[in-house]
Design a protein around this ligand. Structure first.
Ligand SMILES: Cc1ncc(COP(=O)(O)O)c(C=O)c1O
Length: 97
């Protein structure tokens, strides 16, 4: 979601937080970007606007293996269709607009 990208790159970078990006359909690609400074994985599924889906369980396992927070933007499926906490997420967010 473009608003999330702008939040990361225009606001949060000012606090010294760095971001790296990978294809949501490929958790292995995320794994290659993890460094000793990495604190969290942030994913959105399905994505806005391309409606690409992530394997949230695979991200949950990766987060556990690397001792990272997994944050999931669950806006499009809503809790009716997808409950990321059950798949290993630590924080779930939804659009409030
Ligand atoms: C996937 C996703 N996340 C977040 C948002 C924005 O949420 P808010 O406006 O509540 O910050 C949107 C808005 O369209 C969205 O589609």
């Amino acid at each position: 979601y473009g608003g999330t990208y702008r939040l990361f790159e225009q606001v949060l970078v000012q606090y010294g937080i760095k971001f790296a990006y990978a294809d949501i359909r490929n958790p292995q690609e995320f794994e290659t970007l993890i460094t000793e400074n990495t604190k969290a994985l942030f994913i959105e599924s399905p994505t806005n606007p391309l409606m690409q889906k992530a394997d949230i369980k695979a991200f949950g396992e990766l987060a556990k293996k690397k001792n990272l927070l997994l944050i999931v933007d669950n806006t499009f499926y809503t809790p009716l269709l997808q409950q990321p906490i059950n798949d290993g997420a630590h924080i779930v967010i939804h659009s409030a607009t």
